[in-house]
Design a binder for this molecule. Structure first.
Ligand SMILES: Cc1cc2nc3c(=O)[nH]c(=O)nc-3n(C[C@H](O)[C@H](O)[C@H](O)COP(=O)(O)OP(=O)(O)OC[C@H]3O[C@@H](n4cnc5c(N)ncnc54)[C@H](O)[C@@H]3O)c2cc1C
Length: 536
């Protein structure tokens, strides 16, 4: 065997929190400084080699559907590898599925956002049931009796993987079924029927995507006699029988492979009404806001992991007699990638704070900035993961590195929970319908003292005042500019001047960020790239 030379050490063990200066600063700034000790401990748990390995195993040994038992009785169960269960146990022990509801306090959503930001870096599949359970609580509260029954199990930090009627379990996870094969964006086309029975409803129909089908219950949309309504549909009936939910098959997905996403049919499945009958979309959309926030958190985390791996590699690998990070063109690429991650992280954590507050400004930010940030942050993720992969050269393309998994995972948050166009159209709608939205948002963009930002916001203002505001074909243009202005404002106020200057120079002027490595001369490239380095 030849000697192995010039290969970077694996990035493990390391602390995902302590080694991430941008995340640490954001947590403090946005009101969750009290959670620091817990986040340090969680960052250490996630960065252990054995935890990192769980993510690889959960994606290699993918979920298997068992439709029938050997005698032909229906089972409709999905088997997961032990690594999946262990990752879910770790996530639930940390309270990532419910802590802000179980223990509400200032900064609770921010602290939870920081934890999920780190979880998704190690494994994104388990993030799905964690996010849906987190998002389900405000929707379930539209039916106080149902919330009273389910919340104690949702708030439990145990992971009870047993497939049993929920009243026999110590903990519960909640999923969601909205999308049907004839339309996911336009939910009004849902055809699943809800027939009123004795006190409850029976659902007949199908869902084209229903992820994490081993959750204990699902928030589902179906047409009742009064129109589209929201229901809670458990996997087991209250009589202790399997509910009439048939899993037809599991999707063969590009990424997110540790997680099961199923196609299902309902043949008279028991369900209880949640919220007002006929008002299903507004009822379930509350859940959607939280899961959209989670798309921002998850995608920011994916980008952070990709760039952390890239900077780590470049600090150890030598090319042409220099460390890769010191080759000027690579320094530019890494600094540009780091800017994208810092801007996404700062915006995501700022947005999470709006979920901790309840004044008018927070409500506007939740309503308008959530879809805007989801659009832009999720759109950037495939580009960042791809470019970060290239930093590792050929090794980045190999499955033993985490980079292919990050790359395959990167598009999903943009499609799920409202695809890019739907998010941009939602921003238009939200601005139109939310009183004082424009004034409040413009206040968020700063006091006009920074000339670069002021010029950019003036341009955006002109567009908003002109026809563009009502022209759907321009929605992506406007939303992109709005998010860039928000990100610039955050970095100008809170990041080192080198970061803010480089962001303004590249994102507010010129083509920066389209391909990475286009930062102009005069930027302090090395300090920006170094700031993104994870300490190993
Ligand atoms: C991995 C994965 C897991 C999922 N899990 C779940 C789940 O657990 N539960 C669930 O309910 N769903 C789930 N989904 C489904 C997902 O939410 C939908 O795929 C998504 O909402 C888009 O719906 P659709 O696929 O029907 O696409 P369509 O609605 O057909 O949209 C196709 C494209 O058209 C665009 N578009 C739609 N309307 C307009 C318009 N007016 N103007 C311009 N463009 C428009 C959209 O942005 C999109 O790009 C999952 C999807 C994936 C990939």
């Amino acid at each position: 065997m030849f000697e192995v030379q010039n290969q970077p050490p694996p990035l493990e063990p390391y602390n995902l929190f302590s080694s991430d200066i941008v995340l640490r600063e954001a947590v403090e700034r946005e009101g969750a400084g009290w959670a620091k000790a817990a986040l340090v401990a969680f960052g250490a748990t996630l960065g252990k080699p054995e935890t990192i390995q769980l993510g690889f195993d959960a994606n290699k040994f993918t979920p298997q559907l068992r439709t029938l038992d050997r005698y032909g009785h229906r089972l409709d169960e999905v088997d997961f590898h032990p690594s999946w269960h262990e990752l879910l146990r770790i996530a639930l022990k940390e309270g990532l599925h419910s802590s802000p509801w179980a223990d509400p306090k200032p900064g609770a959503h921010v602290a939870r956002a920081a934890g999920t930001f780190m979880l998704g870096q190690i494994e994104s599949g388990v993030y799905c049931p964690v996010a849906m359970t987190y998002g389900s609580v405000p929707t379930l509260r539209h039916a106080p009796a149902i919330a009273k029954e389910w919340q104690p199990r949702i708030f439990s930090r145990e992971y009870d993987r047993r497939f049993l009627p929920s009243h026999l379990k110590t903990a519960a996870l909640i999923g969601m079924g909205m999308t049907e094969n004839q339309g996911g964006s336009d939910l009004r086309t849902n055809t699943t029927r809800a027939e009123r029975g004795d006190g409850a409803f029976r659902l007949h129909g199908h869902k084209w995507f229903m992820s994490a089908p081993m959750c204990d219950a699902f928030l589902v949309l179906a047409q009742s006699s009064k129109g589209l309504s929201c229901f809670l549909m458990p996997r087991w009936t209250s009589e202790g029988e399997r509910n009439a939910i048939q899993i037809l098959r599991l999707k063969d997905k590009l990424g997110n492979r540790s997680n099961a996403s199923s196609e299902v049919e309902f043949h008279g499945a028991h369900a209880q009404l949640v919220g007002e009958e006929g008002r299903g979309i507004p009822t379930i959309i509350e859940m959607g806001n939280y899961t959209r926030l989670d798309c921002c958190i998850g995608s920011s985390g994916l980008m952070r992991q990709a760039v952390a791996q890239a900077v780590h590699h470049a600090r150890h690998r030598t090319v042409f007699q220099k460390k890769l990070i010191d080759q000027p063109l690579m320094t530019n690429v890494l600094a540009d990638l780091a800017l994208e991650v810092e801007a996404a992280t700062a915006l995501t954590m700022r947005l999470a704070r709006a979920y901790d507050e309840n004044d008018e400004a927070a409500q506007v930010i939740r309503r308008v900035v959530t879809p805007a940030a989801k659009f832009w942050i999720c759109k950037r993720t495939p580009f960042v993961t791809y470019e970060a992969m290239e930093v590792l050269g050929g090794s980045g393309y190999i499955e033993e590195s985490i980079m292919p998994r990050l790359y395959r995972e990167a598009p999903v948050n943009s499609i799920w929970e409202g695809s890019g166009n739907i998010m941009c159209l939602d921003v238009f709608r939200a601005i139109e319908r939310t009183p004082n939205a424009v004034d409040i948002l413009w206040r968020e963009l700063g006091d006009g003292k920074d000339a670069r930002l002021k010029a950019f916001v003036d341009g955006l203002n002109k567009r908003v005042a002109a026809r563009d505001r009502n022209d759907e074909s321009q929605a992506r243009v406007l939303v992109r500019e709005f998010v860039l202005a928000l990100q610039a404002a955050l970095l100008i106020n809170h990041a080192p001047p080198a970061v803010a200057d480089a962001f303004c120079a590249s994102r507010l002027d010129g083509e920066g960020g389209s391909v990475f490595g286009l930062l102009p001369r005069g930027v302090d490239l090395l300090s920006i790239a170094d700031r993104a380095a994870p300490a190993s």
